[in-house]
Design a protein around this ligand. Structure first.
Ligand SMILES: Cc1cc2nc3c(=O)[nH]c(=O)nc-3n(C[C@H](O)[C@H](O)[C@H](O)COP(=O)(O)O)c2cc1C
Length: 413
């Protein structure tokens, strides 16, 4: 019998994903000096193309050069470097892979060292004990700024289509701008963009509606959504169900469920509200609950490293299994599973006392694997977390200086 993982999936817009395995978004911090995709990113995505995942979602791409999730990030706000995006899309697509650009605005989750004014729904700063000073202090957005963000999502989605990508994923998870609007912790607005859930979801709904209207019907539009913030008083599972209900009517092709934010990194399996997640496929139970009301296919990402777990996800009625870490370690895992092999790929857990530092070290270790793949070198899952962390910090510092010089030389509006 063929594995459920290798049954094609037809999306609401008629597009086909050839199997149920997705490479989830991972910010690579590998853009060239002009914040466009270059040799490193082209090679990395060619490796993922060969690896066999039916859907490849890029690391988050910024819709505004002045609002970056980190240094070394890709920016897609005009067509001045479109040829580099065309090359990126072509290498990742190969013959028949779906490749979607993840579009993002960080809102308040911006490092102070980047030197830019952070904005968000309200002036609520990131609060991570011992680390809050690392983040820029946000100010509340004006309605004109909200409208500008909507137009930027639309412009970037059209540019992604022009470059030859087959879709976009709008990032409304992990505590970035759209997720900040959804969460009562960060959205204290009293106008039509805050308060009730439909008001908090208004920005996401507007972005999805206007992006859908601006792109071709066959171009896919996905959304990455938190199943919950996993913080007391935050966006919860019931809210997530209601948001999916709103998205049901908007022509969304896929909803990817994740969870958490910088303050509560549930996407890495950690919560801050006392709730526990499954040890593998963290968000499966949430997704099964949401699937009862969702009219579009769902995908879950988080904690999937073994074939049996991916099969369990698909057999339970979830359409797609997303993997990030596992495909950083072994881009060829989907192809091996297709050949019937039982390979798996996981990183040893970093168990430092400080959970924030552990999470950061895990990110550095994963980014090291991305670097190795882009250079066609074998993975190093057992590299020292401390050395990766320190090396990552130095690299980030250098990239940040480079970004500050670059943005000062730009005349972006
Ligand atoms: C290095 C790294 C970078 C990430 N960057 C992004 C990103 O740009 N956008 C996003 O939605 N998620 C991002 N994530 C989260 C992953 O997409 C995923 O939700 C999370 O790692 C859990 O999946 P996993 O257990 O398969 O790694 C990142 C994760 C890692 C490890």
């Amino acid at each position: 019998m063929t594995s459920p993982l290798f049954q094609p999936l037809k999306l609401p817009n008629g597009a086909i994903i050839r199997n149920r395995l997705a490479k989830a978004a991972m910010e690579e911090n590998m853009a060239d000096h002009n914040h466009a995709p270059g040799t490193k990113l082209w090679r990395l995505y060619e490796a993922w193309n060969k690896g066999g995942a039916g859907l490849i979602i890029t690391g988050n791409v910024m819709i505004d050069a002045k609002a970056m999730t980190g240094p070394g990030g890709v920016v897609l706000q005009d067509d001045s470097q479109i040829d580099k995006f065309v090359r990126w899309a072509n290498g990742a697509k190969g013959a028949d892979t779906q490749v979607w650009v993840q579009l993002n605005h960080p809102g308040r989750q911006v490092y102070a060292a980047m030197g830019q004014q952070a904005i968000g729904p309200s002036a609520v700063a990131v609060d991570i004990p011992g680390f809050s000073k690392m983040f820029a202090k946000p100010r509340a957005m004006t309605v004109a700024e909200i409208q500008d963000v909507i137009q930027r999502f639309v412009r970037s989605a059209k540019l992604a289509q022009q470059a030859g990508f087959t879709g976009v994923e709008i990032h409304a998870a992990h505590g970035y701008l759209l997720s900040q609007f959804l969460s009562p912790i960060t959205n204290k607005r009293t106008d039509e963009w805050g308060g009730s859930l439909p008001n908090r979801a208004r920005l996401l709904v507007e972005v999805v509606n206007q992006v859908r209207a601006a792109v071709e019907p066959g171009f896919c539009v996905g959304v990455k959504l938190n199943s919950a913030d996993f913080q007391r008083g935050g966006f919860d599972a019931e809210d997530a169900g209601q948001v999916v209900g709103l998205l049901n009517h908007l022509g969304v092709d896929l909803v990817e469920l994740s969870g958490g934010s910088y303050e509560a990194p549930a996407m890495q399996g950690q919560t801050r509200d006392g709730s526990t997640l499954k040890r593998e496929a963290y968000f499966l139970e949430f997704a099964q609950h949401i699937a009862k009301t969702a009219s579009m296919p769902l995908m879950i990402t988080g904690g999937i490293r073994r074939r049996a777990v991916a099969e369990q996800v698909i057999s339970s009625g979830i359409a797609m299994a997303g993997m990030a870490t596992a495909l950083a370690l072994d881009p060829g895992l989907p192809e091996r599973w297709r050949q019937g092999l039982d390979a798996q790929a996981s990183l040893p857990a970093v168990r430092w006392k400080n959970k924030t530092l552990s999470a950061a070290a895990t990110m550095s270790l994963t980014k090291l694997q991305l670097d190795l793949v882009s250079e066609d070198k074998p993975p190093r899952p057992h590299a020292s977390p401390l050395c990766s962390f320190v090396g990552g910090q130095i690299h980030t510092h250098l990239l940040t200086r480079q970004y500050r010089r670059w943005i000062a030389s730009q005349h972006t509006t």
